[in-house]
Design a protein around this ligand. Structure first.
Ligand code: COA
Ligand code: AMP
Length: 635
């Protein structure tokens, strides 16, 4: 049996040979002759000389191989009290027809298509229909408001938008269609057509000449086949938060994604064709792209599409119910989801009602897996609980415990070891590797492995400046941490102003922009304050204009509403405090890290460059008045 060490060494000895061998698992229209090339921008690309189609590999090839009756998707939707099963054969028909609708609308190779969809099978069909014809999809998470959708419409300039009439959150309907209409009104770019999937829970008004009924269009459409695309053709664009309010459109290369995701399904998740895999995330995030849609389907496995929450739909036993009912072998969720379950059912009483014998592993990602949560899950579920670390930019694990190769000893607090393809190093400020056990910036020596992004949509200079410039020859992950003497990686914090709220990556800069636009606000700073459920929550320090005499609570409430209306409920912004001034360095830089430590009641070193240290006492008092700065937990 091969070990992790042998596998990693094999990759290090011959990186191109390693991935060329992995590429044999993919059905190529024209197989790659070269693994790695350098493109016109000087960036590394994988399998650029190949011709291939994503949808063929995710759907059609399984049908062609005689597995048309195998389940491709199980849509388990406690919010609509339904379970729908879709075979590979049925999926092929649905996707080919939807691709036919797009083709009839003039959408073709390289055209962008925005998807604004809840967790329903049509969301996966839409992604696959785009890749079937070489169109580039850009999914916008349903928890984002109209303004965020408008920003993405203007960035990718879609020919078509595919949306559902509504989403369903516990206790409320999310009115997608009015949000979509408002976004299109706000955006400078206008799509040619909007295809609207009418859900029975809310039937939307269609705009004549622009909107079409999804089901009617699909019923009338001619199915179309798969169009081969070059290996470096973008499969999709997915926006993610950075330091500024402007999200970055991560571009996913087609061939690299096929090869790396297939490799990861077998070697990291230990999932084979026909096995049931469940990533409890959302199609709006990279986890949804890689491990609800593409990874399991490319691998010929069955994917679970779960439209519900870990708690409240209807109770904290939902995860166990889904795992037992559908015989899930590998389950992937975020630590915050387990914290939610643990809060409601600390003793794991619900587990007693379900048979989890099919389950082999639980995987965690999206945020740091705190050892308490990992130990609770291990003890209650009685299966290995494996932390793994990755990013929208990479689309698959940088570090993991490769269960499909060999389950290494788990060290709580560490996502384990680097995966083949990633030469992970911890660097000091000057870019020199630091000794084991020393904290620093985590960077990956170039080239990045297959499936990692090679550019930012419409902004290649942002790719260079944000990721490649700081440490020449390395990709800067934006995470800080260390590597121990056994080679285990520890990811501790971000080095930028990105915060992680319930496993969702948010930009404090984006929230600050919205608050600062309030007419009564002079300036503000947003930091991530520790939260025992969501990991972090945004907390705003707001300085009002001198002439403002209104009650502060009124202004704060308006700021909260603005953030919800402009960024969306997913920002979970509820807490702010009015202060006279913000702590800054003598050169005017706001000391956000110090403010976050103050909010958490954590010890900190007085920044040497602080302009006026007395301000920190003022901030502490203000924070205490709203229940922060005592225990590190929100009161
Ligand atoms: N469409 C519309 N609104 C959405 C949404 C969606 N797809 N997803 C979340 N929201 C809304 C929620 O309804 C909530 O609104 P509210 O303020 O009116 O209550 C708000 O956005 C915040 O959502 P969330 O942060 O998800 O909090 P929650 O209280 O609804 O649930 C958890 C808390 C921990 C149960 C939930 O965050 C969770 O399951 N997290 C796991 C995250 C995950 O899997 N991340 C993927 C990374 S691997
Ligand atoms: P996203 O691009 O939304 O997937 O967010 C990626 C970021 O989430 C990473 O850069 C980390 O900051 C954080 N993250 C994801 N997984 C982990 C993990 N296992 N441990 C620590 N942080 C993580």
């Amino acid at each position: 049996m091969t070990t992790y060490r042998e596998t990693y060494d094999r990759w290090q000895a011959d990186p191109e040979g390693f991935w060329m061998q992995a590429a044999e698992a993919i059905d190529w229209e024209r197989a790659p002759e070269v693994g790695l090339t350098v493109n016109d921008d000087g960036v590394h690309e994988w399998f650029a000389d190949a011709q291939v189609n994503t949808c063929w590999n995710a759907v059609d090839r399984h049908v062609a191989a005689g597995h048309g009756d195998r389940l491709a998707i199980i849509h388990d939707s406690p919010v609509t009290d339904s379970v729908t099963r879709i075979t590979y054969g049925e999926l092929q028909d649905r996707v080919a027809r939807l691709a036919g609708v797009l083709t009839a609308q003039g959408v073709g190779m390289g055209d962008r298509v925005i998807l604004y969809m809840p967790m329903i099978p049509e969301a996966l069909c839409a992604m696959l229909a785009c890749t079937r014809i070489g169109a580039i999809h850009s999914v916008v998470f349903g928890g984002f408001a109209a303004h965020e959708l408008a920003t993405r419409i203007d960035d990718v300039q879609p020919k078509a938008i595919l949306a559902a009439s509504c989403g369903i959150e516990p206790g409320r309907i999310v009115h997608y269609k009015p949000l979509l209409d408002s976004a299109i009104e706000q955006a400078s770019h206008k799509p040619g057509v909007c295809l609207i999937f009418q859900r029975p829970q809310e039937v939307a008004n269609l705009i004549d000449g622009r909107d079409q009924d999804w089901s009617e269009a699909v019923a009338a459409a001619e199915p179309v086949g798969c169009v081969p695309v070059p290996g470096n053709h973008p499969a999709y664009i997915l926006h993610t938060s950075g330091t500024t309010g402007n999200p970055k459109g991560v571009v996913r290369p087609t061939a690299g994604q096929l090869v790396a995701l297939h490799w990861s399904m077998r070697n990291i998740y230990d999932v084979m064709p026909g096995d049931v895999f469940w990533a409890a995330s959302d199609v709006g995030w990279v986890v949804g792209h890689s491990y609800i849609c593409y990874g399991p389907l490319i691998n010929g496995s069955t994917t679970i599409l779960f439209e519900g929450k870990p708690v409240g739909t209807p109770d904290a036993g939902t995860f166990w119910r889904v795992i037992s009912e559908h015989k899930v072998k590998s389950f992937f969720t975020a630590p915050t989801a387990f914290r939610a379950v643990k809060r409601e059912d600390p003793q794991g009483e619900f587990l007693k009602d379900y048979d989890l014998s099919a389950l082999k592993y639980v995987f965690l990602a999206g945020e740091r897996a705190d050892p308490d949560t990992v130990h609770w899950a291990e003890e209650k579920i009685g299966k290995p609980v494996i932390d793994h670390w990755w990013q929208t930019e990479t689309s698959w694990s940088i570090a993991a415990n490769p269960a499909g190769i060999e389950l290494l000893p788990v060290k709580a607090g560490s996502p384990s070891v680097p995966m083949p393809g990633y030469d992970v190093q911890v660097l000091d400020e000057a870019g020199h590797p630091v000794p084991p056990g020393t904290l620093g910036a985590i960077a990956i020596k170039l080239p990045l492995p297959p499936s990692c992004f090679a550019t930012v949509w419409n902004a290649h200079e942002r790719f260079e400046n944000s990721y490649m410039a700081h440490f020449p020859g390395y990709y800067e992950t934006g995470d800080a941490g260390m590597i121990d003497a056994d080679g285990y990686i520890y990811v501790m914090a971000r080095t930028d102003d990105v915060i992680n709220v319930a496993g969702h990556r948010l930009s404090t800069g984006a929230i600050e922009e919205v608050i600062a636009a309030h007419p009564d606000v002079g300036e503000c700073a947003v930091v991530g304050a520790a939260d025992s459920l969501k990991g972090q929550l945004p907390l705003a320090f707001i300085c009002l204009n001198a002439r403002v005499t209104r009650p502060h609570d009124e202004v704060l409430a308006e700021c909260v509403k603005r953030v919800r209306d402009e960024i969306g409920p997913v920002a979970a912004f509820r807490h702010g405090v009015v202060v006279d001034r913000l702590p800054k360095t003598r050169s005017g830089k706001i000391l956000r890290a110090t403010m976050a430590k103050l909010a958490d009641g954590e010890a900190f070193r007085m920044p040497a460059t602080i302009d006026d240290p007395t301000i920190l006492d003022e901030l502490t008092q203000a924070l205490q008045s709203i229940g922060y700065a005592n225990t590190g937990e929100i009161a």
